[in-house]
Design a protein around this ligand. Structure first.
Ligand SMILES: N[C@H]1[C@H](O)[C@@H](Sc2ccccc2)[C@@H]2OC[C@H]1O2
Length: 330
């Protein structure tokens, strides 16, 4: 079996991408953020206080003939950016792009933090990390990918995220039409549940490629690219007027500055992020100061290869044993 669904930017700077997912019988369609950096599938629901819902679609288990309460189970999650949610759990039929799982744990939110309330076009998250990270207790639940595995033609899912455009997520197959050349694979360590792997090095603009292994996580739910301070300072040294602003919490620069590209390595392969992806956004609608899409990971304790990097490639998340991740040009 396979599935294929759209990855739609939720705003004009690609802060996050959502994918249509159907839950229950008859199907209720929700727009979920497919997130390889977590492993909970949670949704705005009829159990979410109306004061915390602002335009989101909700899942109403009472309206689904196939919903079953997972008695006595609860969940609570805190994300890297400080946002969070918690609630109870139902089992129900869930499908993404034609791929159906009969009894998926759907975590119904009873509380969401303000940054979720404010994202009107995001109805929840579908975690695609390793199921060890799932927060449901007393028994943890499987991700959609882990539930779908037995029926998949191939134990993979792929991400084709795009800059200011709709891309796609595919399950169970690697679409030869979505990439060029070969896929460069590298080893993934499952601990502690992220798609953790190394970059083989980097280059700033037309500068020499620096061969140095950088370990981090490929996280479709993180907007930007977070790398060690040494790498980031080397990049912004090439940007006129750039500074690391305490006030804005990262590197900013005049929007008129010309930015170099940034290249990262996956084993022998090289992927170049266009300067436009790194000129991420104005700090406010009328400002001439812009915020960078490449920022320091020093406060995070981990390097994060977020959407700014992932959208420069076609990415294969391979659930084989051992797991691996592949990058191809497109
Ligand atoms: N894996 C990521 C996750 O998907 C988001 S949760 C989120 C919060 C607000 C808006 C959209 C998504 C958060 O930022 C980085 C890390 O935690």
């Amino acid at each position: 079996d396979t599935g294929s669904a759209a990855a739609i930017p939720i705003n004009e700077v690609d802060i996050a991408y959502v994918t249509p997912v159907t839950v229950g019988t008859p199907p209720q369609t929700l727009m979920l953020d497919l997130d390889t950096g977590s492993s909970d599938l949670w949704v705005f629901s009829s159990l979410t206080p109306s004061s915390q819902v602002r335009g989101q679609d909700i899942y109403t288990p009472a309206n689904s003939s196939t919903s079953k309460l997972l008695n006595g189970h609860t969940w609570s999650i805190r994300y890297g950016d400080g946002s969070g949610s918690r609630g109870t759990v139902y089992l129900d039929t869930l499908a993404v792009g034609g791929l159906e799982v009969k009894s998926q744990a759907v975590q119904t939110a009873q509380e969401v933090s303000s940054s979720f309330t404010q994202e009107q076009s995001l109805d929840g998250l579908m975690g695609l990390g390793f199921s060890t990270l799932n927060t449901v207790r007393p028994s943890s639940q499987l991700t959609f990918f882990d539930n779908a595995r037995p029926s998949l033609d191939e134990e993979v899912f792929t991400a084709d995220l795009k800059y200011h455009a709709t891309g796609s997520y595919d399950f169970g197959f690697v679409d030869r039409a979505k990439y060029t050349g070969n896929i460069s694979y590298t080893a993934v360590t499952e601990s502690p549940g992220y798609w953790t792997h190394s970059l083989s090095g980097y280059a700033v603009g037309s500068g020499a490629f620096q061969t140095t292994r950088l370990s981090g996580i490929s996280d479709t739910g993180t907007t930007l690219l977070y790398l060690p301070t040494a790498v980031v300072t080397a990049y912004y040294r090439q940007v006129q007027g750039a500074q690391n602003s305490q006030y804005y919490g990262g590197y900013v620069f005049p929007c008129s500055s010309s930015l170099p590209t940034f290249t990262f390595g996956i084993e022998e392969a090289r992927f170049t992020i266009p300067a436009s992806y790194i000129n991420y956004t104005r700090i406010s609608p009328t400002s001439t100061t812009c915020y960078g899409g490449l920022q320091s990971s020093s406060g995070l304790g981990i390097n994060i290869f977020g959407d700014v990097a992932l959208k420069a490639a076609f990415v294969v998340f391979s659930g084989t044993n051992p797991p691996r991740i592949g990058f191809a040009h497109k």
